[in-house]
Design a protein. Structure first.
Lengths: 527, 317
């Protein structure tokens, strides 16, 4: 058995080489048997309706579930987005910063103590019944409120879901736990989907009001959908949709170039690069704010990270551009040591941190930490993490730190949480969620995942920023709080990487469904 | 009668071994650093939320107690539910294990006759040029990791020549048999590696039998070629040969995780890998125990066959 596991570890490391071997672009172009290329329309013509789009995702194996309130894999939520109606999605071009779904709008009371959700009239479930406040209430308080998934915890940390009430058929009143002005951003992030009142079991054939209805589901293999012609918003152009689980990045790319699928989700940087020369395939990376932050956490409870000069030196030592170029072949954005880049409450006014190994060396000397030894611990939890850590260690060496890297086997980094939270220096990643509410949920008050950061003044500033109804003032307060984290914080965030998605030529409209991290297909069309 | 007693004894032994091994697997998951709380509650859950989830999953109970309640369920055929996604473990086994058995079985069907012929051919010419060539080739092939073989086969047969699909896209709700062409590359990959190992094992059995005095006597009497191989060598090498093949087969069922990944074949190995990464104890426990049971059953069958063949050998002499 141990030999087998060694081989698996070897496989992971060797996958890069194997990928290059398996998807040699020259070979592919020469003998692809793709049929979708024929009869393609020129750019600029209106999107074609009809056809079945086939998309592939990593999936969660046989433990995939239709109950998206308990399904942690990306595909569980993607499937649910196709199947169920949503409260809304973030849209920076819309008036409230939100494109509403089954809602007409959200009003916030003057004292910020409650939110009123106005139901969009005339939304029908597949069984013909009309969507009412009771359905939203059930989805929010009975289902989302009991979910242990991180995406739903953000809402539970801000709203008193247990005391939400229906006011007539078309209004839901949702009390807040503390005054907040940015609640729309939390409720309409895209992951709040609505099922019918009383739903306990999720199964094929249950009433739904999303753009598609589920016709087939096999855990770990895939699901099939057909268009729901009575969809409230935007009746899909596609006749059908097939969502497949293909775990391996190279295999997903292979299925795409082989014409077996039309959309491949989240390819590894190396796989994506091999597709760059493909004529019939196009790379469509997610855009800001749907970028995953790759980070390093310095533990302030461990010397010498209690010294802000050391923390600053580590931040200055990172060569961010080299990471973007080497690890992601240019397909990523440079980070500024603050999470949630691209969200409305992200402090974009703070200057970009420079790469200054000389100054880092000076600061370390000043703090008496030159020649310090440190071990960076990380794991292959998302593509690029281990490579980033390797580069960071080299950068640290150039600044005079005796750094080494330790790679844990897949899954172990976070599974052994007590050990993780006690690491002096850990490589990690951040999923895209808004800046201030995330800070309150996972960093404020000395949470274990804060790695020793405990600053009640900053916590208070964040709370004040969120309780400010004047957007300009809120932005000012929020920026001030993030500036403190930028200067004295213990998090290094050098790179934000997109999900490297790829699609067959002529596929369009997937991005128009917003919430790109979990692609939606209600506006998609085939060539 | 003698055989029945033998089978009964071996069956009882296998059952005992199964219990011991399932306990060993459980102990391994208990010793493994970390638990499933982070995969269920997320990395940035607070201490209270972690405690809540841990209690909900029953992970706050001592390991011995958890094993006892798992074993009590397992005896009744209830292997519990996975921590991640909450699917019944028996469901996952029912959908995935048959696929793995199918892959292993088909691989065996390809490997066994080929390995037998190659083993006879080389074993009878032990030390000769042909033997050295084939044996060295087999040794080299056995040393190549499956994913390299898979990548090469894919590059040549799927990408370059376009004979087979690169990924085993099984129709929704169907089995791999509904897309037989998708089975070819996984079987070829596993067979290549399995063939190399089995040929080397069989060669030794044949060489041993060929060196035995009665074979020499047969040869001196003018028995040659196929007749010598079929009438004299094969019956005597068959016992150990069957056992060599059983070992290869048992290993195939669980170890095809690499092939499952590369070709996206819906087998059980990948499920086990996922479950280990998520520290999904009931899933790991259920799958590992099922694989142990399959392995023990295959070994038992192999031993029975070897014994039957051995008896014939005794009677005929």
């Amino acid at each position: 058995m141990s030999k087998q596991f060694d081989r698996r570890a070897f496989l992971r490391r060797g996958a890069a080489g194997a990928a290059a071997l398996a998807v040699g672009p020259g070979l592919l172009a020469a003998c692809s048997t793709d049929e979708s290329g024929s009869g393609r329309k020129g750019a600029g013509s209106s999107p074609r309706s009809g056809g079945t789009l086939r998309a592939a995702f990593v999936g969660g194996g046989a433990s995939e579930t239709l109950d998206f309130f308990n399904g942690p894999s990306v595909l569980d939520l993607v499937r649910a987005r196709a199947w169920h109606g949503t409260l809304g999605n973030l849209d920076s071009s819309a008036p409230d910063g939100v494109r509403y779904g089954v809602l007409k709008g959200i009003d916030i009371s003057h004292d910020l103590s409650s939110y009123t959700l106005h139901v969009r009239p005339g939304v029908r479930f597949t069984d013909g019944s009309e969507l009412t406040a009771a359905d939203i209430l059930h989805s929010l308080s009975a289902l989302a409120g009991k979910s242990t998934l991180p995406v739903y915890r953000l809402a539970a940390a801000n709203f008193d879901l247990a005391h939400a009430k229906a006011d007539g058929d078309l209004k839901v009143v949702l009390p807040t736990l503390r005054p907040i002005a940015d609640g729309r951003m939390i409720l309409c992030q895209g992951n709040f989907l609505v099922v019918k009142d009383g739903t306990k079991k999720f199964r094929k054939g249950m009433p739904s009001c999303g753009p598609f209805r589920l016709t087939e589901f096999t855990a770990g293999q895939g699901s099939a959908f057909e268009r729901y012609d009575d969809h409230y918003d935007h009746v899909p152009l596609l006749d059908g949709l097939e969502l497949r689980s293909i775990a391996d990045s190279t295999a997903r790319a292979g299925a795409l170039t082989g014409g077996e699928i039309d959309f491949a989700h989240d390819l590894s940087p190396v796989t994506a690069r091999t597709l760059a020369g493909e004529a019939k395939v196009e790379l469509v990376p997610t855009r800001s704010p749907y970028l995953v932050g790759l980070s390093f956490q310095m533990n302030m409870g461990v010397k010498p990270f209690d010294d802000p000069r050391v923390r600053q030196a580590f931040k200055l030592a990172v060569d961010r551009e080299a990471m973007v170029k080497t690890v992601f072949h240019g397909n990523a954005e440079i980070g500024n040591d603050l999470p949630a880049m691209g969200f409305p409450d992200y402090a974009d006014g703070i200057p970009q941190r420079a790469h200054d190994p000389e100054r880092a060396r000076g600061l370390l000397k000043e703090a008496g930490a030159d020649g310090m030894q440190i071990r960076l611990t990380t794991g292959p939890e998302t593509p690029g993490m281990v490579e980033m850590a390797t580069l960071f260690v080299e950068d640290l060496k150039k600044a005079g730190v005796k750094a080494t890297v330790r790679e844990l086997p897949a899954g172990q980094l976070y599974a052994d949480f007590a050990t993780y939270a006690a690491l002096p220096l850990a490589g990690s990643y951040q999923i895209p969620i808004p800046a201030l509410s995330t800070y309150q949920m996972s960093t404020a008050g000395g949470m274990p995942s804060a790695f020793g950061w405990k600053e009640s003044a900053t916590d208070a500033l964040v709370a004040k920023a969120r309780a400010e109804s004047d957007p300009a003032e809120a932005k000012k307060l929020g920026t001030r709080a993030q500036r403190i984290r930028w200067e004295k914080g213990n998090q290094i965030l050098p790179v934000f990487k997109p999900n490297l998605n790829a699609q067959a030529e002529g596929v369009a409209g997937i991005r128009d469904d917003l919430f790109e991290q979990f692609p939606g297909f209600s506006r998609a069309s085939l060539a | 009668m003698n055989l029945l007693a033998f089978a009964g004894r071996r069956l009882a032994g296998a059952a005992l071994l199964l219990v011991l091994l399932s306990a060993a697997v459980f102990a391994a998951t208990a010793v493994l650093p970390g638990d499933a709380v982070s995969s269920v509650a997320g990395v940035d859950a607070s201490t209270e939320q972690r405690a809540h989830v841990r209690a909900e999953l029953g992970l706050d109970r001592p390991a011995a107690e958890r094993y006892a309640s798992w074993a009590a369920g397992a005896v009744r055929g209830d292997l519990g539910r996975g921590f991640v996604g909450e699917r019944p473990v028996t469901d996952v086994l029912a959908t995935r294990l048959p696929n793995s058995l199918l892959l292993a079985g088909l691989t065996l069907a390809v490997t066994a006759p080929l390995a037998l012929s190659l083993g006879l051919w080389t074993g009878l010419r032990a030390g000769g040029t042909a033997d050295r060539l084939v044996s060295t080739g087999a040794q080299a092939l056995a040393a190549v990791p499956e994913f390299v073989v898979a990548a090469l086969l894919t590059a040549v047969l799927a990408v370059w020549l376009g004979f087979f699909p690169r990924v085993s896209v099984v129709p929704l709700g169907g089995t791999p048999l509904d897309a037989p062409h998708a089975l070819v590359l996984p079987i070829l990959t596993l067979s290549t590696v399995g063939l190399a190992v089995a040929t080397r094992l069989l060669r030794v059995c044949v060489a041993d039998a060929a060196a035995a005095p009665y074979c020499e006597a047969a040869r001196l009497n003018g028995v040659r070629g196929v007749r010598l191989a079929v009438r004299h060598i094969l019956p005597n090498a068959a016992g150990p040969a069957v056992q060599a093949l059983t070992l290869t087969t048992g290993a195939l069922v669980g170890s095809s995780v690499v092939v499952e990944n590369v070709f996206d074949y819906p087998g059980i190995g990948r499920e086990l890998q996922l479950a280990v990464a998520a520290r999904d104890v009931p899933m790991v426990q259920g799958i590992a125990t099922a694989l142990v049971a399959v392995m023990l059953a295959v070994l038992l069958l192999g031993d029975l066959c070897a014994r039957l063949l051995g008896r014939r050998e005794v009677n005929s002499r």
